[in-house]
Design a protein around this ligand. Structure first.
Ligand code: HPA
Ligand code: ZN
Length: 331
């Protein structure tokens, strides 16, 4: 078996993927036509050409505009179905999938259409692909906390147990700089009081201080991205000692120009420091690669050994929110 097949068949969990970031240009075109939504592109090639990013914000502008073609329950089902089929080919057996309710509500889309469509797809993939799937709702951190609290309260009726294909967690995404975790302490308190698991994007573009806050103020059970944590030795020590997993997305960091080279993405550094680092795709339709492409990029780019790759896949299963007995079945 070649290395790519080896990396493909390893059972793995995807813990950092935005379902709206799996919207491929072909689906943007077909949904725009189907739903009569005007888009500023005439071809799939024209869409792909627009995917040149300088930083997080330049990506977010395109990402929010792309999702404008998603309108009804079937659109969200089709979007998620396409992702589950694709992820399944890459050996993903468990997916904890982000979505951005506020980005749809503010366009006039019903929350029930978003969540029921996503659940339809999860139910199909759990039945037909034998995957285990749940959702994590994200609050847009550049909007006021009160706005997040009101959508959270509406979304709580779609909370489910682990493996039910409903919402199990709360996260923060969108423009990080200037929107620290502490801005959302009340929203997280409500979410946790209602049984949601807290995680957060932190240290993606903002400094290590934001990672401290995600851990100390929000009690985040996992850190998403976390690159700037590596500028603070005491923080790295704490993350390793507490066993807080860090979900990295190598191809994102190159496309958004956080790093110039794959060598600079701190995957190997995290492994060496004893951190439970995982590899994920983030927004694969925009950043040029699904989870397997990200595994291949770090394997080839960082000179990792096969045993490191096995460890990364094992970390992903262990860092998931599955019950221990279900993790054991995948390991
Ligand atoms: N970071 C912040 N917000 C996002 C991202 C991300 O990687 N993807 C989609 N929204
Ligand atoms: Zn993300």
């Amino acid at each position: 078996m070649g290395i790519v097949d080896f990396l493909r068949v390893m059972p793995k969990a995807e813990l950092h993927v935005h379902i709206e970031g799996t919207l491929e240009p072909e689906m943007i075109m077909s949904k725009a036509e189907e739903n009569g939504v005007k888009i500023p592109y005439r071809s799939v090639g024209g869409i792909r050409n627009a995917y040149r990013f300088n930083d997080l914000q330049s990506f977010l502008n395109i990402y929010y505009s792309g999702m404008s073609v998603l309108v009804d329950r079937d659109d969200f089902r089709d979007l998620a179905l396409a992702y589950f089929k694709r992820a399944h080919q890459d050996g993903v057996r468990r997916a904890e999938v982000f979505f951005d309710p506020q980005a749809h509500l503010r366009r006039g889309v019903n929350l029930s259409d978003v969540i029921l469509g996503l659940h339809d797809a999860a139910a199909w993939a759990m039945e037909n692909l034998r995957m285990s799937i749940d959702y994590i709702m994200c609050l847009l951190r550049d909007l006021p906390e009160d706005d997040g609290i009101s959508v959270l309260q509406e979304a709580l009726k779609y909370r489910g147990g682990v493996g039910d294909g409903w919402i199990i967690g709360i996260c923060l995404d969108s423009k990080e700089y200037g929107n620290p975790p502490s801005k959302f302490r009340n929203a997280y308190r409500i979410a946790v009081d209602n049984g949601l698991i807290p995680v957060a994007h932190a240290g993606e573009e903002a400094p290590a201080e934001y990672v401290w806050e995600a851990i100390n103020v929000l009690n985040a059970r996992r850190i998403d991205h976390g690159y700037h944590a590596f500028e603070d030795e005491s923080l790295i020590k704490l993350i390793a000692e507490k066993g807080i997993p860090v979900n990295m997305c190598p191809l994102t960091t190159l496309r958004i120009k956080y790093f110039n080279s794959i060598l600079d993405v701190p995957v190997k550094r995290a492994l060496d420091a004893g951190i439970a680092v995982t590899i994920n795709s983030d927004d694969p339709a925009y950043f040029g690669g699904y989870i397997l492409d990200n595994y291949i990029a770090v394997y080839e780019g960082q000179g990792l050994r096969l045993i490191d790759m096995v460890k990364l896949a094992e970390n992903s299963i262990r860092a998931s929110f599955l019950k221990d007995s279900d993790k054991d079945r995948l390991l």
